[in-house]
Design a binder for this molecule. Structure first.
Ligand SMILES: Nc1ncnc2c1ncn2[C@@H]1O[C@H](COP(=O)(O)OP(=O)(O)OP(=O)(O)O)[C@@H](O)[C@H]1O
Ligand SMILES: [Mg+2]
Length: 223
């Protein structure tokens, strides 16, 4: 089917001293092409742990994960690195634009690494999201909200199948949060599956589906 990510029986434990701390416990999850899913839940409940695994930043877990139709556990490091670069975009609470480059140069960075630029270039992406006027500015000369939006466009530059956003509005006021959420919605409309973790219930409700993480498990909330 068009499942972008399908997870079954995912468990993850951290070792602390002699103790094993179970963070994710037999968790099931799926997200489809172009779907916008949010995850809420208390601090320490395992949300970022899940995103790290889905983002291929952590492969120490048990369970089975299919991503873009392929079984992750069958892939080697090099294959996963390509997948991470080509098919997954990341946005975090604090933008990570490189200060010595313009917004456009920052957005073009992932395409340069890939050496196979996608069809949509950075300038076109800025136009689509109504941000062309900041293209040639440096990060220090734009607002916090604009920085976060630029970081998001950089994450979208290679037209990823999956966008992972860990508290993308955590550092923004209500207006800028709303703008970012509009952007995420637009990205999902263009076919990218968007997986967002947030502490903000209002932001969470802007997604197609809201899940709550408690005790290492996910439950679906009715909106
Ligand atoms: N590298 C690590 N080593 C040991 N324990 C860890 C590590 N990373 C996270 N943990 C623990 O795993 C649990 C889940 O952490 P996680 O970062 O996934 O929570 P979270 O839901 O993202 O919380 P927050 O909302 O505060 O970001 C916490 O108890 C945390 O202390
Ligand atoms: Mg977290």
């Amino acid at each position: 089917m068009d499942k972008t990510v399908e997870i079954s029986g995912l468990s993850k434990a951290y070792t602390q001293g002699h103790e094993q701390i179970l963070v994710l416990e037999q968790l099931d999850f799926h997200i489809s092409r172009g779907e916008f899913v949010s995850i809420v839940g208390p601090s320490g409940s395992g949300k970022s742990t899940l995103l790290n695994i889905v983002g291929l930043l952590d492969d120490v877990y048990s369970g089975e994960i299919h991503m873009f139709g392929r079984r992750l556990e069958d892939m080697d490091e090099a294959q996963k690195a390509v997948l991470r670069l080509k098919s997954i975009g990341f946005v975090f609470q604090f933008d990570s634009l490189l200060p010595e480059f313009t917004v456009l140069e920052n957005i073009e960075m992932p395409a340069r690494v890939l050496k196979h630029p996608g069809t949509v270039n950075g300038l076109e992406l800025l136009r689509r999201f109504g941000l062309e006027e900041i293209a040639h500015k440096f990060p220090m000369d734009i607002s916090g909200g604009e920085k976060q939006r630029a970081a998001m466009l950089r994450a979208l530059r290679n037209n990823p199948a999956l966008l992972i956003a860990d508290e993308p509005t955590g550092n923004l006021d209500r207006h800028n949060s709303s703008v970012i959420l509009d952007d995420l919605r637009r990205a999902s409309g263009l076919g990218t599956a968007v997986l967002m973790v947030t502490h903000n219930e209002e932001a969470a409700r802007r997604a197609d589906r809201v899940l709550r993480m408690t005790s290492g498990k996910l439950e679906e909330l009715t909106k």
